[in-house]
Design a protein around this ligand. Structure first.
Ligand code: ZN
Length: 284
């Protein structure tokens, strides 16, 4: 039996953040020095995972120069970081359709040479709709989905609001993911955060409607999870555990795991969400 997978951890090159974003993070998080140390040393992170009882973590990175300051240097960073233990560290990278000169080449290199484990799309930070390729206006986005589908690499799409300065919440509506699921039926799609806090019904609908759509529960306080998803057990086959650590308001991976394990849902549903679904989504 494989261990727990946390599909949503932000191990990122924090030094690249825009000064105002970085200041906000430092102010909010008492143990910022620990995050910095972990972001520079994969072995420190692996030791942390051992401590909290997590086998494998997805390291979520994306290119968002306008809002966050992240350039495509995040890809080399995360691919290099994950080399410390590729079984346990799953690098998620990104190709921004508006900021990449040769998107097809970049996407293929990430999949076929760098062994990227997944792509992240963050509409409120990257400032486009997940279905912006419809009508032909953003061909690089279509290429990204096509190549990821062919290469059997999952795509995680942020759904729900974001509180970082400059983020635009309207891009977080999960309904735009419907087009992607229809147009790329074999693409494995993970909707991050299940559309929280006010698009959870949309997310629930999409997860049930589309065979290829999953969601993660990251950044939702476990105590609130059944409030947002009272029928969580019905989508236990399509739901993935994630913490969003060290994102805003996340106490820690261990605390989220404890909170999740205490929920009043069946043991079978918990097993799927913590272990079994991730094994399916990340199989090649
Ligand atoms: Zn996140």
């Amino acid at each position: 039996m494989p261990g727990v997978t946390d599909v949503h951890v932000h191990i990122q090159p924090f030094e690249m953040l825009k000064p105002e974003v970085l200041e906000g993070m430092k102010r909010e998080r008492g143990n910022f020095d620990m995050f910095l140390r972990i972001s520079r040393d994969p072995h420190a992170f692996l030791a942390h995972l051992d401590e909290v009882g997590v086998e494998r973590a997805c390291l979520i990175n994306y290119v968002a120069p306008e809002v966050m300051g992240y350039t495509d240097a995040v890809n080399a960073y995360v691919v290099g970081y994950a080399k410390a233990n590729r079984e346990r560290l799953v690098p998620f990278g990104s190709v921004h359709p508006r900021h990449t000169s040769e998107p097809e080449k970049a996407i293929r290199r990430l999949i076929h040479e760098d062994g990227i484990g997944g792509f992240k799309i963050h509409p409120p930070h990257q400032l486009f709709e997940p279905n912006a390729y419809v009508g032909g206006s953003m061909p690089a986005l279509r290429t990204l989905y096509e190549e990821a589908e062919d290469g059997r690499v999952p795509v995680m799409i942020h759904t729900g609001t974001s509180v970082f300065p400059g983020a635009r919440a309207r891009f977080g509506n999960p309904l735009a993911v419907d087009d992607v699921a229809v147009d790329f039926p074999n693409l494995r799609i993970i909707m991050a955060h299940g559309g929280r806090p006010f698009w959870c019904e949309e997310a629930f609908f999409l997860v049930r409607r589309h065979r290829n759509v999953y969601m993660d529960i990251s950044s939702i306080p476990p105590k609130r999870l059944l409030h947002y998803f009272p029928r969580l057990q019905e989508i236990a086959d399509k739901t993935l555990f994630g913490s969003d650590w060290p994102g805003p308001g996340v106490p820690g991976i261990a605390a989220n795991l404890r909170g999740f394990r205490a929920l009043r849902i069946s043991a079978a549903a918990k097993r799927k969400i913590l272990y079994e679904n991730a094994a399916k989504v990340f199989s090649r």
